[in-house]
Every structure is written in structure tokens, then in C-alpha cells.
Design a protein around this ligand. Structure first.
Ligand code: GDP
Ligand code: IMO
Ligand code: MG
Length: 428
């Protein structure tokens, strides 16, 4: 049985949560490997809607063990709020496991996130304000707090004190904000320790043993390749390794153990926050995609920027992640559009380019080169097989497959668990 990575192939919100949830009934572990509660994964089960942020979608599947890996940053308050919310809706969360090496988002980093954005002014990133960037910065700067520190109060206090020496200096002297009290922060974090303890798991060892036993693992990515700290549109990115490689560093499972790498892509494209977006639509078509697609952020409620499918981005996602499959979502949202545009290449300084440019300035200046495809008007939301799709919808999918350089293994025709056309199983 395989290890499958699910990764965002655009700028996020492609439907990774739904894809992960769908495999859930057939898998033993669903592992979140990057990001934190900046993610918003909406999953619809039997008409009931769940918005997950920190918890992986496997939490909704009885029998599956949901895991928070070392690559994740954890807001403990959010962790327990999400757990309580799910428990109140009858979901059993007792199998949730967490790595000792995952980093903690302390309250001061949420303030740092806000003041960083304020300081950037018109160059702000439009972060989710959840303290993600400052917490990953602390990790790299080796002043971060980890889950294991909750179980050694004197070490935790020393680490909080060390971090606050820097942060309070900045907050008080540069930004004119109140600083944080070492004891108050330490005690708040320690108040979670007893509740976290039963969730601890040696994630690297357990996942590798699970693979040895022939069990099935799904790695559920947060964010997406175009928001990856190394491979995205830096600096307009998040601060983690969202791409497939991040599943290995964020869990301790090595690359040779991975069988399938699945990129999730919408049949069009969206982005939240600032940064370049070549196929962005500013006209009524963008508005239509936003309204019909319900393109408002799961985490912040912000309207998502909408545009046509970008095959240059899809090919890039395929390269960076070595995709074996694409899960194409939200094809139903395109129903009723007479002519659908697809960006097949970019124009840069009068030249046609097929690959994503590696300079941000160029990325800002590229112009999409479009090809146009006939749309369809039939309701496709109940189609269960590829052949049941109208011919124009089939042709559109086949064209995207050809342009993206990767097979499209399943197609979403609605938000429900069952509203998916499976062409090739992701778990064989
Ligand atoms: P994620 O962050 O990648 O998990 O995606 P989000 O959950 O933020 O956004 C995707 C939205 O599209 C959610 O509201 C899903 O319920 C919804 N969705 C997923 N797949 C489909 C689909 O095939 N059709 C439609 N209409 N909605 C979908
Ligand atoms: P899912 O997992 C879409 C964006 C933010 C901002 C940038 C940096 O639901 O696809 P951060 O708070 O991470 O420092 O913000 O990244 N962003 C997302 N956009 N989907 C997400 O997650 C995102 N997580 C962060 O809007 O532009
Ligand atoms: Mg989302």
C-alpha cells in the first residue's frame, strides 16, 4: 500500500482538504506536514460542512490516525478550540497524534505578524495574521519553542525569556507596542501540557514502521507550490515548504518511500493576499468565478482573486513536485461559460516563454497567452464517470491534461465527498 502526498498545485485553496478526506476511508494515517492554522480546508460530509485549519482532514474519518508532523507550527489555543468544536459535533478526535518536534506559535508571534505587516505598509503580504512567518523565522533563528519544551518548565521559561529579549525590544522601542511578560507567556503555554501529553507520538519512527507494516499514509499539504518559501512567488509566499519535498522534511519519512505525488488544481485559479498573478481577471468573469465558486477564504473570509487556468503554473507545479497525478477540482464552476480561456504560455518582452520565469520582476511583467475552448451548459454535478460529462467538458479536461504535462486522475464536480469522477485510483 502506498504513501501519497497531496500538494497544492496553484496558490492554495484548490480543494486539498476534500481530496485528503476522500482517501481517508482507505488510509491508516493522514499527516499534516507544513504550515499551521493559516490553512483553511473545507470538507463536506453528507451535506455537513467542516472547516479545518490546524487539523488534517483525516480527523473526520473513523479509524484513520490524524498526525501533526514536525514541520507544522501549532497554535495550542487553536488546537484545542478545533478539537472541542469537532467533539461538540460528535467527531471523535482521540486518535490525533502530534510530533514532539513541531514548533509552537506563541502569542507574541501573532503580534509580531501584525506589526511586520504594518511596517511593510504598501508592500505588505496580506498574511493570515496567525503568527506563521515569525514562528518559522524563530525556528530558523533557533529561538523557537517546540512541543517537547512544554514538558520541561525551566527550559521553556529560559527559551521564552531569550525570545522575548529580542521581541520585547522591538515591540516596545521600535513599534511602540506593549511587550510580553515572560511568566505570563510561560504559564499560559504550560497550561496546555497535560492535555497535549497523551497526543505525543514519535512521528518519524511510527510512520516508518507503519510503512514497513504495509499501511497507507497520506500527507496532506497546506498552502501550495506557488506559496512555497523556496519555490513560490517570494516574498509573497508563506514561510513553510508546502511542496512535496516538505512532506519528507516535515515528517521524517524519506523520499524513496513516497509512491504517489498528487497535485490538486482548480479548473481555473485563485489567490488570496498580495503578489503576482498573471491570469487574474478584473472583469465580470472574475466576479462570476468568485460568486459561482464561492471563492471567499475559509480562514479569513477575504474574497479570493480569480483567474483562468494557468498551464505554465501547472507545468511548474509538476516539475517542482514531480507530480504523478493531478486532481482537478471545481469543474462544475465553469458550467455555463460559453468560451473558456486557458493560459498556455507567457509573453515576456515580446518573446513566448513556456516555463515560469525565475525572476520576480519578470513574473510581474509576463502576459498570459490564451487559447480558447468551448464551454458546456449541462449540469455536471451528478456525473459519476468521465463519459457522462458533456463532450466539451471532456475535451477541456483532456486539453488541460496535455498542457499540464501530467495525467488528471480525478475530477471534482461539486463539494460533496461523492462528487468526484475517479479516472485512476490514487491508492493502487
Ligand atoms: P484547500 O485549502 O485546498 O483544502 O481548499 P479550500 O477548502 O480552502 O477551498 C476549496 C473549496 O472548494 C471548499 O469550499 C470545498 O468544499 C470546495 N470544493 C472542493 N472541490 C470542489 C468541487 O469539485 N466543486 C465545487 N463546486 N466545490 C469544491
Ligand atoms: P490552504 O491550505 C491560500 C497566503 C496568505 C498570504 C500568504 C502569507 O487553505 O490552501 P501567512 O499567514 O501564511 O504568512 O500568509 O500566504 N496563504 C494562503 N492562501 N490558501 C492557504 O492555505 C494559505 N495560507 C496562507 O493569504 O498571501
Ligand atoms: Mg484553503
Amino acid at each position: 500500500m502506498p504513501a501519497v502526498i497531496i500538494v497544492g498545485a496553484q496558490w492554495g485553496d484548490e480543494g486539498k482538504g476534500k481530496a485528503s478526506d476522500q482517501l481517508g476511508t482507505q488510509v491508516d494515517y493522514v499527516v499534516k506536514y507544513n504550515g499551521g492554522n493559516n490553512a483553511g480546508h473545507t470538507v463536506v460530509v453528507d451535506g455537513e460542512k467542516f472547516a479545518l485549519h490546524l487539523l488534517p482532514a483525516g480527523i473526520l474519518t473513523p479509524g484513520c490516525t490524524p498526525v501533526i508532523g514536525n514541520g507544522v507550527v501549532v497554535d495550542l489555543d487553536v488546537l484545542f478550540s478545533e478539537i472541542e468544536e469537532l467533539n461538540s459535533r460528535g467527531i471523535d478526535t482521540s486518535k490525533l497524534r502530534i510530533s514532539n518536534n513541531a514548533h509552537i506559535i506563541p502569542s507574541y508571534n501573532k503580534t509580531m505578524d501584525a506589526v511586520n505587516e504594518r511596517m511593510l505598509g504598501s508592500r505588505k503580504l496580506g498574511t493570515t495574521g496567525r503568527g506563521i512567518g515569525p514562528t518559522y523565522a524563530d525556528k530558523m533563528n533557533r529561538i523557537g519553542l517546540r512541543i517537547q519544551d512544554l514538558f520541561d518548565p525551566s527550559i521553556l521559561r529560559q527559551k521564552v525569556e531569550g525570545a522575548l529579549q529580542q521581541k520585547n525590544g522591538l515591540l516596545e522601542k521600535v513599534y511602540g507596542e506593549d511587550g510580553f511578560d515572560v511568566d505570563a507567556v510561560t504559564n499560559e503555554l504550560l497550561s496546555y501540557a497535560d492535555r497535549v501529553k497523551p497526543m505525543l507520538m514519535n512521528v518519524t519512527a511510527e510512520l516508518n514502521h507503519a510503512l514497513d507494516r504495509g499501511e497507507t499514509l497520506v500527507f496532506e499539504g497546506g498552502q501550495a507550490v506557488m506559496l512555497d518559501i523556496d519555490h513560490g512567488t517570494y516574498p509573497f509566499v508563506t514561510s513553510s515548504s508546502c511542496s512535496a519535498a516538505g512532506a519528507c522534511t516535515g515528517s521524517g519519512v524519506g523520499p524513496r518511500r513516497i509512491d504517489r505525488i498528487v497535485g490538486v488544481a482548480k479548473a481555473y485559479i485563485t489567490r488570496v493576499g498580495e503578489g503576482p498573478f498573471p491570469t487574474e481577471l478584473f472583469d465580470e468573469w472574475g466576479e462570476r468565478l468568485r460568486e459561482v465558486g464561492g471563492e471567499y477564504g475559509t480562514t479569513t473570509g477575504r474574497p479570493r482573486r480569480c483567474g483562468w487556468y494557468d498551464a505554465v503554473v501547472a507545468r511548474y507545479a509538476s516539475q517542482v513536485n514531480s507530480l504523478t497525478d493531478i486532481v482537478l477540482t471545481k469543474l462544475d464552476v465553469l458550467t455555463g461559460i460559453e468560451q473558456i480561456s486557458v493560459c498556455v504560455a507567457y509573453e515576456l518582452d515580446g518573446q513566448r516563454i513556456e516555463d515560469l520565469p525565475d525572476s520576480q520582476t519578470d513574473m510581474r511583467h509576463v502576459k498570459p497567452i490564451y487559447e480558447y475552448f468551448p464551454g458546456w451548459t449541462e449540469d455536471i454535478s451528478q456525473c459519476a464517470t468521465f463519459e457522462e460529462l458533456p463532450q466539451a467538458a471532456q475535451d477541456y479536461v483532456l486539453k488541460l491534461e496535455e498542457l499540464s504535462g501530467c495525467r488528471i486522475s480525478s475530477i471534482g464536480v461539486g463539494p460533496g465527498r461523492d462528487q468526484t469522477i475517479v479516472r485512476t485510483s490514487l491508492l493502487d
